[in-house]
Design a protein around this ligand. Structure first.
Ligand code: ADQ
Length: 505
């Protein structure tokens, strides 16, 4: 087996404390698998390791605690590497925990993943009621797949286990597990926004989704706003639930569920260390490789191609800037690092077409023989190259229309170890709640103001730039991934202790 992502330094992974788990077996449940098995061109099995974000952060925790990770099996070589129970020890070179892979049929993937998860819950949670495709079949399949995830958990979990569900793909599973394992500790982290009641009430299955999540003992959101929205939705939708907003609890079916906010951070030490190792020469090479001019200024965007990320709005603002302030033509180049996402869904195809058209229009309008205003990088970049790219960005443009957190903003800040660079950040992101004071704030819908904000960022005096960046970096390195994990495990320990005292009373 070969490792197809050799850039990951395994010594650079999160070192979050796990002692609060007190020997409990950890079972992580997520849609995506932390190790993906495929084949290279010679037919040898390859393994893609987690390269960033939460999966990369959680993997070392489970490596330390041991236990199980249940996920959808979508690797080409999964059949070959797993045993008859579809389990495989990971990390492959020195296994410390088991990956339990769930096979899904094409119909299941269509209904559960592309259907209910990504055409109902995703747009609805981001406030896009008109973007949703409510279909009863999607919901039926979503429940059925959630049942399969729950069955896999039930097979592994005991009453002493801590089961940790990730995200909106698994809203019904906790209730199913609860029925079989009444004393296991179940928790859930919801990675996307939770909308207000007036949006959430459009969901035909709203009671079932809430009730499924209330099978947990602890539910976490990125911000207080989402936590409050969730409690309000529970209060209005479920007659039998008693919400204590101040305490952040719900009393439901004779159990108490704690609802808290835990803003997710990035693996700041690892990013900063990688960033420090990127020499000026390496940066120049990288710029040359992608045709990025080294003489002018660079604005950067790094996103999944998703309609929530505000990419067309960003291009419109840049167009406005180049049009109204021609001095930035040939002086400012915009680099869009995009990664294709959920392309079988028509709304995602529409977005990709829109982005293609806008880039072509702007390049056609302002481009010259020796300058291309927008450079697009579509290919996969290993993690250290992505960090190198962050360092090339004089200005980072994060213009999401809605975003649970937005880790890209935090990664950019962390990579700027020299305290240079300016973050332009949409006030519609969870990250803005933490970073808004030292970023240049935008509303992504106002192209004129957005263009002014880009200019403000580009002309910010160096002293102010450094002062802001330093504060941003301080915040992001203090509230990093380890701190996030420690907060959550500390809460688990506290709730565990409360449960024990109830049992012993
Ligand atoms: P995403 O919507 O995927 O995640 P985001 O937080 O911006 O959004 O990115 C997650 C990770 O993907 C980051 O580590 C980033 O480096 C990587 N990434 C994004 N675009 C990339 C690209 N073009 N190339 C390479 N890597 C790229 C969801 C929620 C967010 C929330 C996260 C974590 O929608 O609001 O912040 O989960 O909870």
């Amino acid at each position: 087996m070969t490792n197809s992502d050799m850039d990951i330094d395994t010594a650079d992974v999160s070192k979050a404390p796990t002692s609060q788990l007190d020997g409990s077996e950890l079972v992580v449940v997520s849609n995506r698998q932390p190790y993906k098995f495929g084949y290279d061109e010679t037919g040898a099995v390859t393994v893609d390791r987690p390269a960033g974000g939460l999966t990369a952060g959680l993997d070392p925790v489970v490596q330390r605690t041991g236990g199980t990770w249940v996920a959808w099996s979508d690797g080409e070589a999964d059949d070959e590497v797993t045993n008859e129970d579809r389990r495989v020890g990971v990390p492959p070179d020195d296994p410390t925990y088991e990956l339990d892979l769930l096979s899904l049929s094409e119909d299941e993937v269509e209904g559960y993943y592309y259907g209910y998860s990504n055409q109902v819950l995703w747009p609805m949670c981001h406030g896009g009621i008109w973007q949703t495709e409510f279909k009863e079949r999607y919901y039926e399949v979503y429940k059925q797949v959630n049942r399969s995830f729950a069955d896999a958990v039930i097979e592994r979990a005991s009453d002493g286990s801590v089961v940790w569900f990730q995200d909106y793909h698994l809203a019904c599973a906790p209730q199913y597990v609860r029925m079989a394992c009444p004393d296991a500790f179940l928790m859930h982290f919801w990675h996307i926004t939770w909308p207000g009641w007036d949006t959430f009430r459009s969901l035909p299955h709203r009671e079932a989704i809430l009730s499924g999540l209330l099978g947990n003992d602890l539910i976490g959101f990125h911000t207080d706003r989402y936590r409050t929205n969730f409690l309000d939705c529970v209060d209005r939708a479920l007659e039998e639930a008693a919400v204590d907003e101040e305490a952040g609890t719900v009393r439901y079916r004779d159990r108490t569920i704690a609802v808290r906010s835990f803003p997710l951070g990035v693996n700041a030490n690892a990013i900063a260390r990688t960033a420090e190792l990127i020499s000026n020469e390496r940066r120049r090479d990288l710029a040359q490789q992608y045709g990025i001019p080294t003489s002018g200024r660079v604005a950067l965007g790094v996103d999944r191609l998703d309609y929530t990320k505000g990419i067309p709005e960003r291009i419109e603002a840049l167009e406005h800037l180049w049009e109204r302030r021609p001095k930035w033509q040939k002086e400012l180049t915009y680099v869009q690092k995009a990664v294709e996402s959920r392309s079988v869904i028509p709304k995602y195809q529409d977005l990709q077409d829109r982005v293609d058209e806008s880039i072509a229009r702007v390049n056609d309008r302002f481009g010259t023989n020796d300058w291309q205003p927008i450079i697009r990088i579509d290919e996969f970049l290993p993690r250290n190259e992505l960090i190198g790219l962050y360092r090339l960005g004089d200005v980072m443009l994060v213009s999401a229309l809605r975003d649970g957190m937005n880790l890209v903003a935090k990664e950019y800040v962390t990579a700027h170890v020299d305290n240079e660079g300016v973050l332009v950040l949409s006030d519609q992101t969870g990250a803005h709640d933490e970073l808004g004071d030292d970023a240049v704030t935008i509303n992504p819908h106002n192209a004129k103001r957005f263009a002014e904000a880009i200019e403000k960022a580009l002309t910010m005096p160096e002293v102010e730039q450094r002062r802001r960046m330093k504060r941003l970096r301080q915040h992001v390195s203090t509230y990093d991934l380890d701190a996030w994990m420690a907060d959550i495990f500390e809460m688990v320990a506290r709730l565990h202790a409360d449960l024990d005292s109830v049992v012993n009373d």
